[in-house]
Ligand binder design. Structure first.
Ligand SMILES: Nc1ncnc2c1ncn2[C@@H]1O[C@H](COP(=O)(O)OP(=O)(O)O)[C@@H](O)[C@H]1O
Ligand SMILES: [Mg+2]
Length: 416
């Protein structure tokens, strides 16, 4: 089967060399019984690749199970994976087969494998080396024949060096490493993916198809996509469901892209070098938009508090307000309004009825607030330093920049 056939069969979109390389590795390693460690950011297609490997292997008619190791409590993970005997722990009323027993003859996908406790890692290593395992509470050695495909979105070698992941297991799993590329590393595929998802979703929801203008395509290409394909898919779905315009420009599209992501802060880019001006300009714009959002939001909160929420909803159908309601629906208030920028004074006297006392003059002050980026930047840095009591390491972490960059900025901005 060639790479294009695999793409068609598994619904994989994209033509970037990094993606093709990953598919090629999957194709070659699939028919062997070798363990594969798939590394890649969240939403970049790790699970899709585990299916490819299983389906193109001799085990394709055998069972396949995906297990999220990070989601199973430490106390029960051994029992889930390897089974247990009746009475082996409180609540073990019946004997139970583990996944490795159930999947005998097939493939198990161990997602977030770096989260496995050390004891479980030892059991896993034994299964990989000999096929042997022991149910919890038993002394009988059993055999199984399972192919392991593991995945991680963190640098697992880091965990090895910290003693949290067994080195021998790491090498055993990582015989053939496979990396699913981040979306930002295959920009050429982004518009392609978006078009495919839009077509799927407009079909599904019977909404009119939409097109992107040139600048909207640019915006998509330059967005950092921390949630990768999953996030892009999600945004395409929102656009398909909510957007009234058929031709979408950057201004409209911008409203669907979350701006509270740390990666989009201009400070972050500045640490990367000076050669990427267009990207930096774009990120500056994002910051401005964020600021604008914040001002609007503050005004809105003041108004709601003064007039009650219903009057506002009925009166205002502006796209901004609609967008805001969508955001409020899908995020916590803390994400929307960092407490440090919006001062709501909770009056202890009114504690019982949960009343908020709000300083309305603030909203007026806000409009006169400067929009200078340099000022904003130094403001943010000061705030971070203050919050972390002058500890530069923690402040840098919070700002999403390196300590070195923070030092430089403190010097450049004369913040000493
Ligand atoms: N290259 C791709 N083309 C089309 N869809 C993809 C591609 N990569 C991932 N997806 C889709 O993105 C979503 C997330 O993929 P998934 O494999 O669950 O990511 P991960 O396991 O790395 O978090 C799924 O809906 C998957 O179908
Ligand atoms: Mg996943």
């Amino acid at each position: 089967m060639d790479i294009q056939d695999i793409k068609n069969r598994f619904g994989i979109i994209g033509n970037s060399p990094l993606l093709n390389r990953a598919i090629d590795i999957a194709r070659q390693v699939a028919p062997t019984d070798i363990s594969v460690l798939i590394t890649g950011e969240s939403g970049s297609g790790k699970e899709v690749f585990s299916h490819i490997i299983h389906q193109l292997s001799a085990r394709k008619h055998g069972p396949f199970i995906a297990v999220n190791c990070g989601a199973i409590p430490e106390g029960t993970i051994d029992s889930e994976l390897f089974g247990h005997e009746k009475g082996s722990f409180t609540g073990a009323h019946e004997a139970r087969k583990g996944y490795f027993e159930v999947v005998n003859g097939g493939t198990i996908f161990l997602d977030e494998v770096g989260e496995l406790p050390l004891g479980t890692q030892a059991r896993l290593l034994r299964i990989l080396e000999t096929g042997e395992y022991i149910r919890v509470g038993s002394s009988k050695v059993q055999k199984t024949n399972v192919r392991v495909v593991a995945a991680t979105n963190v640098d697992i070698y880091d965990a090895v060096q910290k003693g949290k992941f067994r080195e021998d297991l790491y090498y055993r799993l990582n015989t053939v490493p496979l990396r699913t590329p981040a979306l930002r590393d295959r920009k050429e595929d982004i518009h392609l993916l978006f078009r495919k998802f839009i077509a799927d979703f407009t079909d599904k929801y019977r909404s009119p198809n939409v097109q992107l203008t040139e600048d909207a395509q640019q915006l998509l290409a330059n967005y950092p996509w921390p949630g990768n394909v999953r996030q892009l898919k999600n945004i395409a779905e929102q656009v398909a469901v909510l957007e009234k315009e058929r031709l979408i420009d950057a201004r409209i599209l911008q409203q669907y892209l979350p701006t509270d992501n740390r990666n989009t802060l201009p400070i972050h880019v500045a640490s990367g070098g000076n050669d990427d001006f267009s990207e930096r300009d774009l990120l500056y714009k994002v910051l401005f938009d964020m600021k604008k959002d914040m001002v609007e939001l503050k005004k809105l909160v003041v108004e709601i508090i003064q007039n009650g929420i219903n009057s506002r909803i009925v009166e205002d159908n502006s796209p901004y307000i609609n967008k805001l309601y969508r955001e409020v629906d899908s995020s916590t208030p803390e994400q929307l309004v960092p407490p440090s920028t919006l001062t709501i004074h909770h009056s202890p006297a009114a504690g019982q009825n949960d009343d908020f006392h709000f300083h309305t003059q603030e909203a007026e002050e806000i409009e006169e607030e400067s929009l200078s980026l340099v000022e904003k930047e130094s403001d943010l840095i000061k705030k971070a330093l203050k919050k972390h009591k002058g500890k530069r390491k923690s402040a840098a972490q919070e700002l999403g920049i390196s300590e070195r960059t923070l030092y430089r900025k403190i010097k450049d901005l004369n913040l000493n």
